[in-house]
Design a protein around this ligand. Structure first.
Ligand code: THU
Length: 147
């Protein structure tokens, strides 16, 4: 449950006018939703919480399937909740694994976070919050499609 303080550069990437994210509260929300995960096949429950630019917090957990490849990562659920709840931009994300410790989003989920948070979205890591621009460098994204 320990979270190192954010490095200065992470604060620099954070949108101006927004209060600093409460990383401890985000991690708690991720742990809470992790407890609802449906992960009978991997035994690896994951929870994720994201702070939206309007102040709301959206959450998701992994949902596996007997047809293994159909399983959904926690971030998929969180992004669905974001869009279904009216949209908005993710500004800070905390993802946790079975022990409640920080978990790095998988490659596919980094692409999801890029779409809905962009390069400045901060992600909790074991060394402190880091912007998506570091976690998915040279990303393909909406700009490549003229959006
Ligand atoms: N998992 C996530 O939910 N998010 C990630 O970013 C990494 C992996 C899930 C997928 C699967 O249900 C379980 O963790 C084991 O891979």
């Amino acid at each position: 449950m320990t979270q190192p303080p954010p490095p200065d550069r992470a604060d620099a990437a954070y949108p101006s006018g927004m209060p600093s994210p409460d990383w401890v509260a985000l991690q708690r929300a991720a742990i809470e939703v992790r407890d609802t995960a449906y992960a009978p096949y991997s035994g690896f429950p994951v929870g994720v919480a994201g702070l939206v630019d309007d102040g709301r917090v959206v959450v998701g957990c992994n949902v596996e399937n007997a047809s293994y490849g159909v399983g959904l990562c926690a971030e998929c659920g969180m992004v669905s909740a974001l869009v279904a709840g009216g949209g908005g931009r993710l500004v800070a994300v905390s993802c946790v694994g079975p022990e409640g410790d920080t978990l790095m989003p998988c490659g596919r989920c980094r692409q999801l976070l890029w779409e809905h948070g962009g390069p400045d979205c901060l992600v909790a890591t074991s060394t402190g919050p880091r912007p998506m621009s570091e976690l998915l460098p040279d990303a393909f994204g909406p700009a490549n499609l003229g959006r």
